[in-house]
Design a protein around this ligand. Structure first.
Ligand SMILES: [Fe+2]
Length: 233
């Protein structure tokens, strides 16, 4: 099942259907169609790995700001759904690219974190072992890619039905779901995305991105990542 079929099967929006607390829902008649999703845990739930203040500011200020600016950017448009909007963006659509991407990426990111310690299992573990050797080597490769993001951006793990897992990065608030801008990911499903903007870690880790990227594995929601793979297949 390719990405578009998968999303279609899930309804209005694949990620939203998988993640019921994420609100991408919108009405063309509303002036502010996008709203901030509630976190599935408390702001302090990821302590000590991600601190309460970072989570609170990241969610209630940064994510909210993307939503506010996205609502302004789509005020004159009839918006079908966010994922379709992102998939058809061109180089000229700067405001929606930055703020729609910001809303999409953060809504997904919150779901990929969990206060419950866990590890990859099942098909996801098998794929990781087949392609990277073991989970530690996968984490090493992912961290290397994330450290290589110059300035602000995201590191991703995507999956394709024939080529399997792939680690990639995007600048700013771009994501592999922007398939007109990134046609190489047209048939891919996002399994994991990690925010490597400084606002995600600066209060606790300052400039030490490597420490943030080491700690974040302690709060990774592998169950959710595995479920996204299962749904993609
Ligand atoms: Fe962020």
């Amino acid at each position: 099942m390719n990405k578009r079929t998968f999303l279609k099967k899930l309804g209005v929006l694949g990620a939203a259907s998988l993640l019921p607390s994420v609100h991408f829902a919108q009405s063309p008649t509303q002036k502010t169609p996008f709203t901030l999703p509630k976190l599935p845990y408390n702001y302090d739930a990821l302590e000590p790995h991600i601190d309460k203040m970072t989570m609170e500011i990241h969610h209630s200020k940064h994510h909210q700001a993307y939503i506010n600016k996205l609502n302004e950017a789509v005020a004159d448009k009839k918006v079908d759904n966010l994922e379709n909007l992102l998939a058809t963006l061109t180089e000229k659509d700067t405001a929606i690219r930055n703020n729609g991407g910001g809303h999409y990426n953060h809504s997904l990111f919150w779901q990929l974190l969990s206060p419950t310690p866990q590890a990859p299992t099942g098909n996801l573990l098998s794929l990781i072992e087949k392609q990277y050797g073991d989970v530690a080597k996968f984490k090493e490769a992912f961290q290397k890619a994330a450290l290589g993001v110059f300035g602000s951006g995201w590191a991703w793990l995507v999956w394709h039905k024939t080529t399997g897992l792939q680690i990639c990065t995007t600048p700013n608030q771009d994501s592999p779901t922007m398939t007109n801008l990134y046609p190489q990911y047209k048939e891919h499903t996002i399994l994991l995305g990690i925010d490597v903007w400084e606002h995600a870690y600066y209060l606790k880790y300052q400039n030490k991105r490597v420490e943030y990227l080491t700690a974040i594995w302690n709060v990774m929601n592998w169950q959710e990542i595995g479920q996204r793979l299962a749904n993609a297949k």
